[in-house]
Design a protein around this ligand. Sequence first.
Ligand code: NAD
Length: 303
Amino acid sequence: MKVAIVGAGAMGSLFGGLLAESGQAVWLLDVWSEHVDAINAKGLMVEWQGETRRVDIKATTTPAEIGSADLIVIFVKSTQTRAASSAAAGLIHSDSLVLTLQNGMGNADVIAEFIDSDRVLAGTTAYGATLLGPGSIRHAGKGPTIIGMWSGRNPDVALRVADVLAGAGIATETVEDVRSVVWGKLLINVGINAITALTGIKNGELLDLTSTQEISRRAVEEAVSVAKAQGISVRDDAVEHVFEIARATAVNRSSMGQDVDHGRITEIEAINGVIVKEGARLGIDTPVNQTLTGLIETLQAHY
Ligand code: NAD
């Protein structure tokens, strides 16, 4: 299968590298020319559990060099999904499929503006990766990947894509109701990311004080109300689940925390920002998410 990864940073390079090692014909597409040049010159270097291996894989900054692809995986940050989808639209043929495993809500809908929604797959992954420098990533962790058709139709197509991922060692489950799965991950990000980003704390430290727990609880409860108003089924113990994840990832700094630490634009708009926007549309008050979003936007405006 010909695979194009659009956004070959930490996660795109990881998935692209694993798929290439499993024998798929993979192209990495990224706007970062230094990274692309390093991969073409010296291969993609993947560090995993202290050992680094080289993966030979083609990379480009030019979509036309790729031609069309059977599977396109969008792995840019959610702020860049529109630009990446526009590039992806140039890579599709009549049977192409497009998969997003990005964090946040709204990515699949943006992709579906460019590509027939029956060809869009979404999901979540517990894999983790860090960008070390041009041409070099660290594979930070493994865990389940869950995918499904964004339209809810043609579940056999999701099975085919899951097989391709599983062939690369990425254990993948398919579900019919993938929106609930993406919402489930969103609730975790809503409860952890902005708070840790604003305060400089690690995930586990969110549980140290009742005051931080309470902010997280209220942010998640607002998000649950918005999800339910949209007919999304979410777990009854959503807040406790967020706390469990904070405990399980206690020593990690959230991705939004890392973005703020490095003065990068965060995915706030697709996380707490979505709760505010959807809350306004549905007539649900979301004061905590509004505050968190406003504070992160203020930080970003003053980098
Ligand atoms: P990243 O910043 O490492 O990589 C994004 C890449 O996209 C960069 O290399 C950037 O140059 C490229 N890019 C930007 N605009 C582009 C465009 N228009 N066309 C092509 N390439 C473009 O980000 P990441 O950590 O790999 O995260 C990607 C997504 O995956 C995010 O939504 C993130 O929340 C999610 N995610 C990350 C992890 C993780 O461990 N890093 C885990 C799960 C989910």
